[in-house]
Ligand binder design. Structure first.
Ligand code: GLA
Length: 385
């Protein structure tokens, strides 16, 4: 990490002409299990990864904000007083949206000093690893410190989510920002998205001789439009028809009644969410009692449910998962919102290269673009560098 930190500090100084006050960072995430459950007030089990957004920040003596990054040629500039979700677009909607959202959570934007921000990221964009949450969480965490706002990490996650929902316009849940802020080394974050209570669940990978391999299919996904929103709508329709405020209020025992009341498609959407919540609880229990070698079937079942019931997988993700499973993975599933992005495989260390070769070969055989594969470790959440 020291390289990117040096680079970010140097680029800050070059662009703004003075040295930054400090450096902060926040990670992307992989979701171990619990997909499309967060906005249904259910359970998720993500972990923060060793790929981060690093930002440098300097304090100004006026009420202006500038945000620059390696994503754009020029820094965007706006007066704090003019920040509204509608005024924002492009990549800078993420950091500027967070500043607006901090105002919604009590920051007095008329009283705080302006800031200059410059950031870079090692979280691949468009891979379904929450590069956006990494930006949001790093900005929220840094400004909470320099503006002395006193917000806790879970509240900062809500700030990031509000920015994503209103400034970026993606109707996403609370999982990604929570993972980015609450993550801990070698552990997953077990989050109840209704109460927002969380617990750290040790993964114990090294002791079991296992690692997580990410397979980025290179298929672009987009949550602001299309399938993600449609799935969310289906879940809301299903809950309303079942007479509950959210799908969290249903259990597998309710599925028989759901099948009678709902059309087939809505029923399958509901069945995914209800069974996925159950799988998260089961994964937490198995991890605690038996360790990671025993969670493979749950990961596989989660993927099947997303493929068949929730219908958010794509052929590239299915092929990555099946090839990993057939070549020695303990378990595998697509991760994140779906319609592209990445799959993860839980693999014995000594099987990693065999699995990579097999996946490369299978993609070539099917005429799919070459996937990008790398090992990730579970890492700490947002911090000051
Ligand atoms: C995206 C969203 C999350 C969550 C997942 C699906 O990553 O940002 O809030 O809904 O999809 O589990």
């Amino acid at each position: 990490m020291s390289d990117i930190r040096d680079e970010v500090a140097e680029n800050f100084t070059e662009i703004y002409g003075y040295e930054p006050t400090g450096l902060w960072s926040a990670p992307g995430r992989v979701n171990l299990i619990g997909e499309h459950t967060d906005y249904n007030e259910g359970f998720v089990l993500p972990f923060a990864i060793n790929r981060r957004t690093v930002l440098a920040l300097g304090i100004r003596d006026d009420a202006v904000v500038r945000v620059g990054s390696s994503f754009a040629d020029e820094a965007a500039e706006i007066a704090l007083a003019e920040l509204t979700p509608d005024a924002l677009d492009g990549w800078s909607a993420y950091p500027l949206g967070v500043i607006w959202a901090l105002g919604q959570f009590g920051a007095d934007l008329a009283a705080v000093p302006g800031v200059d921000i410059y950031l870079e990221s090692t979280v691949p964009v468009g891979a379904g690893l929450s590069s956006s949450a990494a930006i949001e969480s790093s900005v929220a965490f840094a400004l909470n410190e320099v503006w002395q706002l006193g917000l806790d990490r879970q509240t900062l996650a809500k700030v990031g989510q509000l920015a994503e929902n209103k400034a970026v316009g993606a109707p996403t849940g609370i999982m990604d920002q929570s993972a980015s802020l609450l993550g801990q080394a070698d552990a997953a974050v077990f989050l109840d998205c209704r109460s927002l209570e969380s617990a750290v669940v040790p993964l114990g990978l090294a002791a079991a001789g296992l690692e997580f391999l990410v397979i980025d299919t290179g298929v672009a996904h987009e949550h602001a439009t299309g399938g993600y929103r449609a799935r969310r709508d289906s879940c809301e329709r299903g809950a309303a028809a079942m007479g509950v405020p959210s799908l969290r209020h249903l259990t597998v025992d309710d599925l028989e009644r759901a099948r009678e009341i709902l059309d087939d498609e809505t029923f399958r959407r509901v069945r995914h969410v209800v069974t996925e919540d159950q799988r998260v609880l089961e994964t937490v229990r198995v991890l605690r009692e038996s360790g990671p070698l025993a969670i493979g079937d749950l990961l596989d079942a989660s993927h099947a449910s997303m493929r068949d019931d929730f219908e958010i997988s794509v052929p590239e993700l299915d092929l990555a998962v099946e090839t990993a499973q057939a070549n020695g993975a303990i378990g595998a599933r697509m991760t994140g919102g779906g319609f592209g992005g990445s799959a993860i495989a839980l693999v014995p260390t000594d099987a990693i290269s065999r699995i990579q070769v097999a996946i490369d070969g299978a993609f070539a055989e099917h005429g799919f673009g070459q996937p990008t594969m790398f090992v990730v470790t579970a890492s700490n959440g947002a911090n000051r560098e």
